[in-house]
Design a protein around this ligand. Structure first.
Ligand code: NAG
Ligand code: NAG
Length: 403
């Protein structure tokens, strides 16, 4: 009996130890957040084991979660939902059924998941895009771009770009009853990265006549240069995106070669020949005092030029929109940026807002002080959080007022 009790006690202690993560004090519903964090971490550990045993690639194991969350395209009384293809890329299309006085608005949406996982058909994304379509009475195109490790940069970018370009044709817009003056690209996390890159590319593309009205970037990843920003230092172990997972996502976008990942993790991946780019991510100039915290700005550290020669993508503005010059940022559409305090990607978004404003782009920057990366996705059971509903409400309200 004593031995059994002891085992039970030890097992509970181990489970408690595993589940426990320090949750920032200002985060609401800390126990729920802790459970969500623990499930994500457990998934990461299982993927790590599967990868080490040679059973499957780490990202393919994470992708099983995406598959488990999949819901088929299902129309309801408000929205007709179909899976189709635009320009040979899979999309999930949401068409409002409600009558409209005139032409409708449209949102082209790119899901998150570190360019490696995620799907427009995941329950949380389906919920978000359906909600967007319903609340704005808008056509929503949610893009299932191809993913790493099977496909690398620039495939993800090219997929979302060709869908956008296809949709922006006037014949397609009129087919769906969309107002060419009220179109938005939007995305969260890696999807926010793709949305920012698409908006930049459209400015250079003389073939596209339709202009975006708005870009909406939800906790976007925007730069590959400095993996040691104050937000990376401070939030290295915060829910649900620890620094090393973000580094893994970034490096997998370009290669599975672990030398890139290791160099990024120690922030020694940029060759000295690219030193001029650091100016664009200089947090000493670009962050407000309150976000610098106690971090001390130090000069960039450099690595061998071999990595950048082998994988030039990580210095490409289509992967890292924050590395675009001021001239390339000028003329971008009205911009919404959401950042979360407890997020390694926080400073990417904050610096982009600052750089856009400096060249005259109108920006609404919402900074959620009590939120962590990915929070806007937690709006349906079993992982439902008050903060998720708050962020989603604000995002939709902004689109409704500005698109
Ligand atoms: C349809 O839209 C109405 C009004 O916005 C909403 O109350 C209702 O829940 C929606 N139905 C579904 C299935 O989402
Ligand atoms: C970053 O900004 C600081 C302060 O303005 C400056 O001293 C430093 O040289 C800059 N570094 C780079 C790489 O631009």
């Amino acid at each position: 009996m004593g031995a059994k009790l002891l085992c039970l006690f030890l097992a509970s202690a181990l489970i408690a130890y595993y589940i426990y993560t320090p949750i920032p004090e200002d985060v609401e519903e800390p126990w729920k957040v802790m459970l969500i964090t623990a499930s994500f971490r457990a998934m990461g550990h299982l993927a790590e084991v599967a990868d080490r045993l040679g059973m499957m690639h780490y990202m393919d194991a994470l992708m099983l979660l995406t598959a488990a969350e999949y819901v088929a395209p299902t129309s309801d009384e408000n929205i007709t939902v179909t899976d189709t293809e635009f320009s040979n890329v899979a999309v999930r299309l949401y068409l409002p059924r409600r009558a409209s006085d005139g032409l409708r608005r449209a949102v082209i949406y790119f899901h998150g998941g570190g360019w490696c996982v995620g799907d427009a058909g995941m329950k949380s994304y389906d919920h978000l895009t359906r909600w967007t379509s319903n609340m704005l009475n808008a056509v929503v195109v949610s893009v299932n771009y191809r993913l790493a490790p099977k496909y690398r940069f620039p495939v993800q970018f090219e997929d979302v770009y060709s869908v956008t370009k296809f949709f922006l044709q006037s014949s397609v817009l009129s087919q769906y009853g969309v107002d060419p003056d009220r179109i938005c690209v939007a995305g969260d996390s890696a999807g926010g990265n793709l949305a920012a890159a698409v908006a930049q590319q459209l400015l250079k593309d003389s073939e596209v006549k339709t202009k975006l009205k708005v870009q909406a970037l939800v906790y976007p990843a925007l730069q590959t240069l400095d993996m040691n920003l104050p937000s990376y230092q401070e939030n290295e172990y915060k829910p649900i995106l620890p620094k090393l997972l973000m580094v893994k996502f970034w490096s997998e976008y370009f290669t599975s070669d672990s030398s890139l990942r290791e160099a990024m993790a120690s922030n020694r991946h940029v060759p000295v020949e690219s030193s001029h780019l650091f100016h664009f991510v200089n947090w000493s100039n670009l962050l407000p005092e309150e976000l610098k915290k106690d971090c001390v700005y130090t000069s960039p550290t450099y690595g061998s030029s071999e990595l950048a020669q082998k994988y030039p993508g990580f210095l490409d503005t289509r992967a890292a929109p924050l590395l675009a010059s001021d001239a390339q940022l000028r003329g971008l559409p009205l911009t919404y940026i959401l950042t979360c305090e407890h997020d390694v990607l926080r400073d990417d978004g904050v610096m982009y807002a600052e750089r856009l404003r400096a060249v005259g782009v109108s920006v609404t920057h919402d900074h959620a002080k009590d939120a962590f990366h990915g929070a806007m996705m937690f709006v349906s059971s079993p992982a439902e959080l008050a903060v998720g509903h708050r962020l989603l409400k604000r995002y939709i309200e902004w689109l409704n007022d500005n698109l």
